[in-house]
Every structure is written in C-alpha cells, then in structure tokens.
Design a protein around this ligand. Sequence first.
Ligand code: ADP
Ligand code: MG
Ligand code: ZN
Length: 632
Amino acid sequence: MWWIFVAVLLANYFIMRVFALNPEPTVPVPYTVFKEQVAQGNVKSIYSKGQNIEGQFLTPVVVPPAETSGRLPGGDEAVTARNFTTLLPVFVDPGFETFLLDHNVEIRAVPIDANNPWATMLFGFGPALLIIGFYVWLYRRASMRAGGMGGAMFGMGKSKARRYDQATTERVTFDDVAGIDEAENELAEIVDFLKNTEKYSRLGATAPKGVLLVGAPGTGKTLLARAVAGESNVPFFSMSGSEFVEMIVGVGAARVRDLFRQAREHAPSIIFIDEIDSIGRARGQVVVGGSSEQEQTLNQILTEMDGFSGKEGVIVLAATNQPDILDKALLRSGRFDRRVVIHLPDKAGREAILQVHIRKVALDDDVRLDDIATATPGLSGADLKTLVNEAALLAARKEQATVRHQDFLEALEKMVLGPERPIVMSAADRERIAYHESGHAILGLVVPGADPVHRVTIVPRGRALGVTYQRPASDRYNYPEEYIRARIVGMLGGRAAEEVVYGNRTTGAENDIEQVTQLARNMVTRWGMSDKLGMVKLAPAHNPFLGTTGPGRDPSISEQTAARVDAEVQKIIHDCHDEAIRLLRKHRHALDALVSALLEHETLDEQEILDVTGLPPAPALKDLPNAPKTVE
Ligand code: ADP
Ligand code: MG
Ligand code: ZN
C-alpha cells in the first residue's frame, strides 16, 4: 500500500523532470568545457544550485562521448547539447563572477534545498515512508501466517503452543497434586464438564469460560492445570505469557488467534496461559516500548474469549502470582470470572506433598515425614520437591542405600541457608558466636510464648555464622501480640548476650536487627498494636499472595505521623532489648553452660539443649502461631 504511493511519487518526479520541465536532455559537461563556452560568449544563462550549475548554451554544442562518459541515452555517440549541467570545482577563483558577467551570462541562483518540490518531498519523507512501509509489510506478513495463508518465511504468527498429548508426555493427574484440596475440588468441576460436555449442554448449562489460578510461585498452578488436562483426557494447549511478548508488533495477537483456533478445532480442549500477568498487566501502566504490543495481545485474548459462547467446550485456564496488577477487563464476567486461589500448604498439606514426591525414593525407616512437615512452614510444593531431591542427592553422595531423616534435615539447612562453608575462625570469634546463638536459644526457652528451640549450631552456613532453629508446634494464621513481642525479644537475644558477656558490640546482629525492625514496624503500621497510634493503617498496601511487607510508607501519611511511627518502633525495640538483657543476666548460668556445650559439639538438638541448660521448655501461650523458624 505505502510502497505503491512511494512508487507513484518517484514516477511523477522523473516524468516531470524529463518531459515537462526539460524537453531537451541535459548534458553533463566538464567544467573546462563550460568555461570555454563562457569565454566564447556562448552561455546564455545559468542556474546555480550550490556546487551544481545548470544552464543553456546559445547555440548547441557538440559534446564528444568521452566527456559525457556514456551517461546519456545514445551511448558512445557525440551529442549535441543545448541544456547542460556541470559541477563547480571547490577551488573556483574569486574572479569567477566578473568573468561570467563580462561574457553576458545571466546568473540565477536557487537555494540548495528548494529546488524541486517533488524531490524535496521524496528526500524528506522518503526514508520515513520506507520504514513505515516495512513495518506494515511485517505486520501483514504476521497476520497472514496466523490466518494460515502466505509463505513459510517467518512463521512468527504461528503459536508455539505445546500440546501435551497423553501418549507422548507423562500424564499428570490429581494423584500428583497434594495439599491444595480446595483448589483441586474446584477444578474437579471443570474436569467433569470437559468429560461430559453433552450432559451440560443438554441442560442448557454453560461452563465457566475462564478460570484464573492465583497463588505464590511454586504452589502448583502449572501442575494443577496439567492435571485437569490429564484427568479429563482432552488436548491441552499451553503457552506462557512471556512467550507472547515479542519485539515485532502484532505477533502476540496473531499467536493468540492461532492458539484459540487450534483449541477450537480440537474441542473439547483446554487453553492454558501461564504467567498471564506478563501480558495481562493493566493497560496504560507499562513501560514505554512494550505497551502497544502487550495491549494488542491482551485485547486479542479479550476478543477471543468474548467470541465463544461457552458451549464449544474450550476452557481457558490462566495462572498468575500477581492478580492485583491484572487488567480489570480480564476479570469481568464472561472472561476469567472464576478465581481459584492456591495457598501455601499447611502442615498436613506439606506432609501430603512430601508423600507424593517420595514415591520413587528409597526411604529409610527412620524418616518421620510429619516432623519434616512441621519444620517446613512457608515452603511451597516446589520447595518440598526440591527438598526431597536434595536429601536423595546427599544420601547418594554418602553412598547410602536409603535416604535417612538426617539427610532431610541437612538438605533443609542447605536450602534455607546455603551450603556449609569452612571458614578459619579464631577461638575468640567462635566463642562470641556461641554466646550470640546461645542468647537467642536461652530466650527461646524462657520467654513465654516463644517457639520451641529445636536446634542450635555454630557451623557457618551461607552468610550466617551460626543459627538457632525455632519451630512452631502447629500452624496458625493469627498472631497474638505477646507472641510477636516474644519473637522480638528472642531475636534481640544474640546481641544482648554479647553485651552481657563482653560489654561491647559487633556487626553480627545485622540480620536480627533487620527482622526485628520489620516486625516492630508491622506492629505499629499494620496490626494496630501501638496504643499511641491506635488502629490506623499506616503502611502501604502489600500483596497478600506474595506476602511481601516491604518498607516505605503510605504517601498519604504526614511527616509528623511518620515521625511518631518511628518513635513507637524504636520504643518497642528498646523495651524488648531491656527485657532480653534482664532475662539473660538472670539465666547467666544456663547461658554459659550452653556455650561450653556448643563449643564442644558445634550443633545441639532440642533434647541436648534442655539437658545442658537444665531449663524447662518455654510455657506456651494459648495460641501458638506459625512463624519463621530460624534466627542467625
Ligand atoms: P507454579 O506454577 O505455581 O509456580 P508449579 O506447578 O510449576 O508451580 O510447581 C513446580 C513443581 O513443584 C511441580 O511440578 C510439582 O512437582 C511440585 N509441586 C508444586 N505444588 C505441588 C503440590 N501441591 N503437590 C505436589 N507437587 C507440587
Ligand atoms: Mg508455573
Ligand atoms: Zn542473631
């Protein structure tokens, strides 16, 4: 389309130039010939355009072929020229003008850039037009491919949808999914629909068109989608959102079309768009550059979903871990109007997931899966799968016939903190670290409501020099204030022990300080646990699915309030620090005993800690919550 326009322009230009303006051809002549003719008084007039001179001779001049260099029609013959053109050498002499005037040459000048309007237009807009033309061409190319026509030149519009055929790919069923029963049950309805499409259509019922799976990374969204396909035995067309986002405009939309076309042809079938957030991001709030492509892709998805009635037997599943950034249009009814939320597994769920993944593992009799489940709050299904694999790897490296409980514990430590690292440490440093960890551990025993301490070690791991493991007795979803305070006191125990024993400070409490600050700030800004500020939400919103509680403050909060928040946070930490110092002074004997045992054994388990310190486990609060379990 555009190139036709360009071609017309070009043709116009040459026609005007050759026929309309100059009925006789213009012959290029050398400067010397031109000057000779001027000297002979045979030059009538010239146009000067920069370095270029065009003019007319009074009587036509015969120009030998060598001079025209065969640049004219007629080839090697000499030509007779009335119109000529020549180039001024740059060194042209200052007397040139007088020389022309003396010989009655009429001189006219034309500004360099205002010669031929057609040419100006062409040279001005030509490149832009060419580029536009090129993109239009690419775009048409891409859409044509998607429509199934055109050559096989690029194949850009072809969707790369993978089809998981049950014969070729390992079939995933609900048996492979565990610990997320609610979500599983909701999707079982979809499976029933896909299996018995007629039953539903006979009754006039339509299935949901779109189901959005929402959950943190690794919770099994992709797995669940594949299980739906496996259970219902229908073709499964899967694409990841990030695959849609290509550099060339229009390709993403073409792929969507292709994906939906394939699915319709094979109905009943499932379309699965993984990581839909990378295209479904609310329109108009994307980084410049990616926006139009992403918007086109998103619009195409919306169009396709609106296009089917729900009776075709095509169900669109999509997964995301960032539902809050999705374009609202996606969630409107008739599109992804069903949401299935997948939570991180609870203790029973974790045990069930472990059961799935140990199926092919040779387990020792001493493995206690419920113990492992207890020790792993916050781990996702994918994390647990990794844990089982890491434990098996460790056992293999140790040439064992079976995987033991100890292997799981070691694998867990490695996953949470990184591998053990040998570092050369002075005796004084080791002792200080032992006091730091023992400070945490002792407070875990004596502060009411603290999580039971089940392991202390001064073997360096990752960036931690030592670790105290505390674990909740059961999963809880609600945290009493006393519990939060007990945690803060415990986390301050490392530094407090160093202060009590050595009277000075080291940098070893950095991680503790970070965690404590976050907890205390949440108490004030999210949980309404400050009497001074009351039950006012003072923190910026956070993503409940990722559980991020980032720093920063709500921009609507005044400077004064922010200052009061800071003061309250400092007061909480200060009070808890005093409490930690007080308790450690009181239990100094137990502290010293734990340190000497640690220096000797490096790692102590729960029973050993109780034996060495002679302390009973901390009195439980009525509600024991689920909480993070390590303190460095
Ligand atoms: P997501 O898509 O939510 O990020 P995946 O489905 O890709 O998570 O999970 C990755 C792997 O972790 C799965 O292939 C599976 O082996 C394991 N996994 C995750 N969740 C579960 C679960 N609930 N039950 C069993 N295995 C799970
Ligand atoms: Mg996934
Ligand atoms: Zn610490």
